[in-house]
Design a protein around this ligand. Sequence first.
Ligand code: XLS
Ligand code: NI
Ligand code: NI
Length: 438
Amino acid sequence: MSQEYFPKIKPVAYEGPKTKNRLAFRHYNPDEVVGKKTMREHLRFSLAYWHALKGGSSDPFGGPTRQRPWDDGSTSIDNAKRVADAGFEMMQKLGLGFYCFHDRDVAPELDDLQASSDALDAVADHLKKLQKQTGIKLLWGTACLFAHPRYVQGAATSPNADVYAIAAAQVKKAMEVTHRLNGLGYTFWGGREGYATLLNTDMKREVANLAHFLHMAVDYKKKIGFKGQFYIEPKPREPSTHQYDSDAAACLNFLREFGLLEHFKLNIETNHATLALHRVEHELAVSANAGALGSIDANTGDELIGWDTDQFPTNVYMTTQMMLQLLRAGGFKTGGLNFDAKVRRESHEVVDIFHAHIGGMDAFARGLKIAHRIIEDGDLDRFVKARYATFESGIGKTVTTGKATFESLEKHALKLGSVIPASGRQEMLENLINDYMD
Ligand code: XLS
Ligand code: NI
Ligand code: NI
């Protein structure tokens, strides 16, 4: 890294809650131990290359507003390397240990497949060097199978076999590069794997084709010896009207149906959960219950807007709920908290990207500490345990152990008078959680 891209910004340090410095951490203290691990080990923060470094901030009514001094918008390899240099400086200054990319974020899409793959290789060599210099790791790679016009009707679910083949070739290459960069994972997000109308769609064929595609990916992974974790990232819609991987439960069902479950975990994104009308903690719990909680795309939506606004997460109540699920699931193995989030169109200065990440990191640090205390104190867990106590002895135990039958339950039920279950005490529990939110 020859040039400095953010000369005015010093490496962001932990200064504690009382500091007046807005470019400091108030809560994220990477070496502080929470439970058995440091905050750095728990949280595994990652930069999303596409939002932090690339892309305009255009909306349907206007063009980009951002200053991106490191990106001249050209398709040259030199430009791609400059973007990478700026990205690694940004990660170092923020203390982010990981990053994620799409193939077309790090290198340009050129006129033909071979030229695009060669460009990707050239930039990957540079990324490898930067990783070595800084110790920053690739959390996951992915292929952009949604931006190019050829993918307008899907990639692995396209009605056109030639498009399907190009998508396969693109994923093959992106996996090779992820492997070369020692990526800890590889993500499949099917933005256009879905449909707009059933009138023109053979859903059964499309879903089967998607399963074939993923089986080929599993085979190729073995072939090249890539040990990283495969993830599927659910989202119900946008850009497709109906996306096949609509939520965690739908993904798990699809993976089970096609014999893929052992090869995949889920990458849960907050705003995708809310688009599916779930709280993010629901999606995390569904994944964890299936042993498939892999990674998190950390962002948040806007309550008043019905699309994927990809805002930075600042709500400590929400991060607390997320950390409760993550801690209960035993924490991350290969995954991390990837800030799949972008600054608002109005926040067009470079320093805004720093404020955004600092806020997100502090919000998760607080969520982690609070969730840890809630679990340590144990009042919440004790309440939940007691709520199900009837399943730990007597007739309930026969249900839990699978020994009950309809006949045995009927025999028991006939002996009972009226039964009133205990209160769920939701309000009391909400008050209890609020006691921790200081
Ligand atoms: C879009 C998705 C995307 C994936 C990676 O909504 O979140 O950014 O994380 O393709
Ligand atoms: Ni995402
Ligand atoms: Ni998203």
